[in-house]
Design a protein. Structure first.
Length: 745
C-alpha cells in the first residue's frame, strides 16, 4: 500500500476516515497516472472527490491546477457540493465540469484563437436540425434525397471521431454528397457565428493541437487531471485528454470496463487498455468491495460478466451477507409476466417498500406497453424514467392521429398534426390557406382541404390517403386497420430513412399493432355506445382511441409523488433501488437480436446485463415469457443465455416448470406484419403439423434442443422451421426428419 504524504495534518486524516484499503490507496496515490477500476456500488464518487480534497488539503495542488471531468452536469454539481462540504475553501474557481462544458469555457476565453466571434451562440439539437433544413433548401436538395436527421447524424458522428469534411472521402455518390453538405454546413455555421455541441469539443481540440503557446500554457497549468466514467470516453475525448496532459500531468482516470454500454454513442471501452499502455500504468487499482447489493445479487453479476473475454477483470464482494435468493419467473406469456410484476409490486408496497424504491427494467422501450397497461388497470402510479410513456411518444401520437382521421376526418387537431408528417410538401402557406377557407365557410379543416385538393396536387394526395383509410375502417378489424394506417401513412418508411433512435420508433409503431391485437373493447373503461349500426361498427376503434387517451393522461405521478420507476437498462445506469424487476429475458430480446450480428455486440449486451443486475440492493426478480406479443407479432421465447450463466444456487424458481423455456439458445426469428409472412404464421398455436405444434420444444439428435417458430402443412407431413440456437435455424421436412426429431414434454 502507498504511504501517504508526510505533510498530512489532522484535517487531512479526517478525509481518510472510513475508507477501505483499496479506496485509501487510490485517494493517496502519488502524483502520477492511475487507472481506478471501480466496480458498481464501490464508492467511486467518494474516491474521486476525496482524492481532489486530499490533493488540495495536503498542498500537492491548488484549485487552479486541477482539471476534473464528469459526464453529466448533475455529476459535476454533486462533486462540487461534496467538495464544498469536505473543504473550508471555495472550489468554484476549479475547472470542473463536463467535456462540453469545459470546452465551452475554453472557447469563450480564446474565441479569437478559435476564429469565433466573442458572442458565438451554441446550437442545441433542435436548432442544429433547423439550420440543416435551411441549408438543404439553399442547396436545392430535397428531403427525399437527404433526410435532415440523416445529415445531422452524419455530421455529429464525424465530428465526434475528430474528422472534418476535408479529411473524408466518399465511397459512393451519396456519401460524396453528404460530405459536401458537411463542408457547406461548417461554412454556414462559421458565417453565422454558431457552434453545435460536437463542434465545442472538436474546435477546442483543434486549437490546442495547432496553437503551441496555448497548449503549453494549459499543460503547465493543470498538474492533476481527473476523469469520471472513463469507460464512456470516445476517440476524440481521449485525444483531448492526452493532449492536455502532455508529459507531466498526473491523470487519475476512474471507470469500470464492465459498465461500458454506450458504444452506439461512440464510447470506446478500449480506451482503458490504451490508457494503461500509453500512460505507463503497470496495473489498475481495483475497487471491488460493494456497498449496495447483497451477496447473491453480486454472485449473479460476477458470474455473468466473467463470460466476457475482453475485460480487465475484477470480482465484486460485500460484507452485507448473502440476502434473499434471486427470484426467477418463467411466464406463459407477456400478460402473465406483467400481472406478476403488478402483484409483486403491490405485495412489496404493503410490506413497506416505497414505489419509488422499485424499478422495472427492460431492454427496449417498446416492451413498456404491456407493463404500462397492467399498471394502468391496477391503478398503480408509475413514471417512465428518461423517456415518455408509450402513448405519449411522438411516433405513436402520429399513428393515433391517422387512426382518428380514419374514423372522424373532421378532427382538426389530428389533421394539423399529420397533414405534413411524413413530409409531403404541404407547407405553412398551404396550411394557412386551408385554415382561411375553413374559417370562411364555417367548416372543418377536412372539408376545406377537400375543396382545395381539386387544384392542389399535394393536398389532394393527402385527402385520398385519408379517404382510403376511411374505407378501410369500414371493412377490417382494429389490428388490421392499425397496421394499414402505419403502413399507408408512410410513417415506417419515414423513420427507416432516418438515423439515431429511429429503430426504436419503428419498434414502437410495430408495438402499436400489438396493442390493437391485445385490446379487448368490452373490458375497456369506454362508455357503452348507443345502439347504432355505424357506432357499433366503429366501437372497437373508438374504444381503443379512448383507452389510449386515458392511459396517456391518468396515473401521472406528480412532482415528489411516490411512483414505480419504469426504464430501459441503459437509462438505469447510475441508479439503484431496493427491488428490481428485470423483464423480457429471452434470446433475441436480451441479448438483442441486433447485437448478435455485430462484432463485440454480445459482450456489450452482457455488460448491460451486469449493469441491470447491480441496480438492485435487496431484491432482484428475473422474468421471461414463453410467448410474447411484441412489435405486432407473436414470438416464442427462448430463455436468455444470461440466466443460464447465473449459478443455480443463488436462484429461486417461482414457475412450476422452470425448464419450459429452452435454455442456451442463440436467436429468435420474428414474423413481421410489415414484411412477407407465410400463412402458417397466422394460424392458432395449437394447430397440428404432422404431430408438431408452433412454439413446441423439440430435440434433434444432431442439432440439439430447439423451438418450432414456423410450420407449413404439406400433402405428406409438414415443413418445420426450428430455432436450434447456436446450431442456427433449420427447415426440416417431417417425412425425412421425424425419426431424428422428438418432442420435449
Amino acid at each position: 500500500m502507498i504511504s501517504y504524504n508526510k505533510r498530512m495534518d489532522t484535517s487531512s486524516h479526517r478525509l481518510l476516515t472510513g475508507l477501505n484499503p483499496e479506496q485509501l490507496t487510490a485517494v493517496t496515490w502519488p502524483p502520477q497516472a492511475a487507472l481506478v477500476l471501480a466496480g458498481a456500488g464501490s464508492g467511486k464518487t467518494r474516491v474521486l472527490t476525496t482524492r481532489i480534497a486530499w490533493l488540495l488539503q495536503t498542498g500537492q495542488a491548488s484549485v487552479h491546477s486541477i482539471l476534473a471531468v464528469t459526464f453529466t452536469n448533475k455529476a459535476a454539481r454533486e462533486m462540487q457540493t461534496r467538495l464544498g462540504a469536505l473543504l473550508p475553501i471555495s472550489v468554484r474557481a476549479m475547472w470542473l465540469g463536463t467535456f462540453h462544458g469545459l470546452c465551452h469555457r475554453f472557447l469563450r476565453l480564446h474565441h479569437q484563437e478559435a476564429s469565433l466571434p466573442k458572442a458565438f451562440q451554441i446550437l442545441d439539437s433542435a436548432d442544429q436540425l433547423g439550420l440543416i433544413k435551411r441549408l438543404l433548401k439553399q442547396l436545392n436538395i430535397a428531403d427525399t434525397v437527404i433526410a435532415p436527421r440523416t445529415l445531422q447524424g452524419f455530421i455529429n458522428a464525424q465530428k465526434e471521431a475528430g474528422l472534418r469534411a476535408s479529411e473524408l472521402s466518399g465511397k459512393d455518390p451519396f456519401e460524396v454528397q453528404m460530405i459536401e453538405c458537411y463542408a457547406a454546413y461548417d461554412a454556414l455555421c462559421q458565417q453565422e457565428g454558431v457552434v453545435d455541441f460536437a463542434e465545442l469539443m472538436l474546435r477546442c481540440y483543434e486549437v490546442l493541437k495547432t496553437n503551441a503557446v496555448l497548449r503549453t500554457h494549459y499543460q503547465n497549468r493543470f498538474s492533476h487531471i481527473l476523469i469520471d466514467e472513463f469507460q464512456d470516453t470516445n476517440r476524440l475525448q481521449y485525444a483531448w485528454l492526452k493532449l492536455l496532459a502532455g508529459e507531466h500531468a498526473a491523470v487519475f482516470a476512474v471507470g469500470d470496463d464492465d459498465q461500458s454500454i454506450y458504444r452506439f454513442r461512440g464510447a470506446e471501452v478500449a480506451n482503458m487498455s490504451r490508457f494503461l499502455r500509453e500512460f505507463a500504468v503497470s496495473e489498475p487499482i481495483k475497487l471491488e468491495q460493494n456497498y449496495r447489493s447483497m451477496g447473491h445479487i453480486l454472485a449473479a453479476a460476477n458470474a455473468v460478466i466473467n463470460h466476457n473475454a475482453e475485460r480487465l477483470g475484477k470480482n465484486l464482494h460485500t460484507q452485507a451477507g448473502d440476502g434473499e435468493k434471486i427470484r426467477v419467473l418463467h411466464a406463459i406469456n407477456d400478460q402473465e409476466e406483467a400481472h406478476f410484476v403488478v402483484d409483486e409490486v403491490k405485495s412489496l408496497h404493503r410490506d413497506g417498500i416505497d414505489l419509488g424504491q422499485m424499478a422495472v427494467l427492460y431492454r427496449s422501450n417498446a416492451q413498456s406497453r404491456v407493463l404500462e397497461q397492467a399498471l394502468f388497470s391496477a391503478g398503480i402510479s408509475y413514471k417512465i424514467y428518461g423517456g415518455l410513456r408509450f402513448y405519449e411518444r411522438q411516433e405513436i401520437k402520429h399513428a393515433l392521429a391517422y387512426l382518428r382521421l380514419a374514423v372522424n376526418p373532421d378532427d382538426d387537431n389530428a389533421l394539423l398534426r399529420v397533414i405534413n408528417v411524413p413530409t409531403r410538401g404541404i407547407g405553412t402557406r398551404s396550411i394557412e390557406q386551408i385554415q382561411s377557407a375553413a374559417a370562411e365557410a364555417g367548416s372543418s379543416l377536412w372539408q376545406a382541404a377537400r375543396q382545395i385538393s381539386v387544384k392542389h396536387a399535394k393536398i389532394g394526395a393527402f385527402v385520398r390517403l385519408i379517404e382510403q383509410l376511411q374505407l378501410q375502417s369500414q371493412n377490417v378489424s382494429l389490428p388490421e386497420l392499425t397496421q394499414t394506417v402505419i403502413q399507408n401513412s408512410g410513417l415506417i418508411d419515414y423513420y427507416r430513412q432516418q438515423k439515431g433512435d429511429q429503430q426504436e420508433r419503428i419498434n414502437n409503431l410495430e408495438e402499436l399493432v400489438s396493442a390493437a391485437m391485445a385490446f379487448k373493447p368490452n373490458e375497456s373503461s369506454f362508455e357503452v355506445l348507443p345502439a347504432d349500426t355505424e357506432q357499433d361498427r366503429l366501437f372497437p376503434v373508438l374504444a381503443f382511441l379512448s383507452n389510449a387517451s386515458l392511459e396517456a393522461g391518468e396515473h401521472q405521478a406528480g412532482q415528489g409523488e411516490d411512483a414505480l420507476q419504469l426504464m430501459t437498462v441503459h437509462a438505469a445506469k447510475g441508479l439503484e433501488f431496493d427491488a428490481v424487476f428485470l423483464t423480457g429475458l429471452e434470446e433475441g430480446l436480451f441479448p438483442s437480436e441486433y447485437s448478435l450480428a455485430e462484432r463485440g455486440g454480445l459482450e456489450e449486451e452482457r455488460r448491460l446485463m451486469y449493469v441491470a443486475i447491480t441496480r438492485a440492493r435487496q431484491r432482484l426478480y428475473l422474468s421471461m415469457a414463453e410467448q410474447r406479443l411484441l412489435h405486432g407479432q407473436t414470438r416464442f421465447g427462448l430463455r436468455s443465455r444470461f440466466v443460464d450463466e447465473i449459478p443455480p444456487e443463488v436462484l429461486q424458481y417461482l414457475s412450476s416448470v422452470p425448464g419450459s423455456i429452452v435454455a442456451k439458445q442463440q436467436t429468435t426469428v420474428r414474423t413481421n406484419p410489415f414484411h412477407s409472412r407465410s400463412p402458417s404464421s397466422q394460424t392458432l398455436n395449437n394447430t397440428d403439423f404432422d404431430g408438431f405444434q408452433l412454439g413446441q420444444n423439440v430435440r434433434h439428435e444432431r442439432f440439439g434442443t430447439g423451438v418450432i417458430i414456423d410450420a407449413t402443412a404439406k400433402a405428406q407431413g409438414a415443413r418445420l422451421t426450428i430455432n436450434f440456437g447456436k446450431n442456427g435455424i433449420k427447415e426440416l421436412d417431417t417425412v425425412f426428419a421425424k425419426t431424428k426429431l422428438s418432442i420435449i414434454s
